[in-house]
Write a protein of this length. Structure first.
Length: 285
């Protein structure tokens, strides 16, 4: 039987709703053989996930890095999945620390803008929702839901709320610097949902060509935010560049509707990914 491999999942270390411990049992229940923990800009969930990993489930330790491409007239935000890197690499630690700090400043600013418009949401409750994890807009969405202003996380991302009206940029890592840092830390990078037009502006294929030359390992093609034609486009681009193609759920617990294992990565691609890492942060199990 083919193994079921899901390389993109969030926990309460960022904006997922399951703790890393719960994520491990949910992965086993979902029948996964391999799961990656990829919280936004943090490795804080790694230890608890490793402790809770059930036998028969392999754990890939990773993160989803908030990056920016400065080559466009207006810089574009994008997400890089990073796997099997050394979590103590000083420059990488510094970059992640800076982004997490900026996430707090930015969320507090969004709350001030909302309050200035008379909405009764507080920074305190956002911090409570984030519960020590990397603060993200889904935590502000929770406050909007609590205040009865919207009925779901998805609704909170509409243009009149977090999608545009109350959109505030955060500091992000230059995407080429991110690829370089993760490689220096012995890890591997995959461009997350590169064609997800429904999330905002996307980058051109030219950038992906340059990232490939800079050492990018793969592209996430099978993702719920990609239409069938977007998936085929990503697959064709990857094959023309010799990049690997992954598929993943981007599970966020109840913050999103997608289930663990809803999208998967082929075993041969996973083997190639592991082989491309330095081995200093091995797959567990
Ligand atoms: P942030 O990292 O704080 O900018 O927030 C981005 C996160 O918000 C993403 O990782 C998703 O989890 C979530 N998100 C972004 N767009 C949407 C959307 N349209 N509906 C629901 N969640 C979204
Ligand atoms: Zn997220
Ligand atoms: Fe993402
Ligand atoms: Fe994600």
């Amino acid at each position: 039987m083919d193994s079921r491999i899901d390389l993109h999942a969030h926990s309460t270390a960022s904006d997922g709703t399951l703790t890393p411990t719960e994520l491990m049992s949910a992965a086993a229940t979902a029948g996964l053989d391999v799961v990656a923990i990829t919280d936004h800009d943090t490795t804080a969930g790694w230890a608890a996930a490793a402790d809770a990993r059930p036998p028969g489930l392999a754990l890939v330790r990773g993160a989803e890095l908030s990056c920016r491409w400065y080559g466009a007239r207006q810089p574009i935000s994008l997400h890089l999945l990073a796997y099997l890197f050394d979590p103590t690499h000083p420059d990488l630690v510094a970059a992640l620390t800076r982004v997490r700090a900026s996430r707090e400043v930015r969320a507090e600013r969004i709350i001030s803008l909302l309050r200035a418009d008379g909405y009764d949401v507080t920074w305190d409750e956002v911090l409570r929702f984030a519960d020590g994890g990397s603060v993200g807009r889904p935590h502000i969405a929770q406050a909007l839901i609590r205040a009865g202003l919207v009925s779901s996380t998805a609704a909170a991302f509409a243009p009149e709320w977090l999608g545009q009206r109350y959109r505030v940029p955060k500091e992000e890592i230059d995407v080429f610097e991110a690829v370089r840092l993760v490689r220096a830390a012995g890890g591997v990078t995959v461009f997350a949902h590169p064609r997800a037009t429904r999330r905002g502006r996307i980058v051109s294929d030219d950038l992906i060509v340059s990232l490939s030359a800079a050492g990018l390992f793969g592209l996430e093609a099978d993702h719920t935010d990609h239409s069938p034609s977007e998936r085929s486009h990503v697959q064709a681009l990857a094959s023309s560049l010799g990049l690997a193609v992954t598929g993943s759920s981007d599970f966020h617990g109840t913050h999103k509707v997608v289930g663990l294992g809803a999208e998967t990565t082929a075993p041969a691609v996973f083997e190639r990914l592991v082989a491309a890492s330095s081995g200093k942060t091995p797959v567990l199990g």
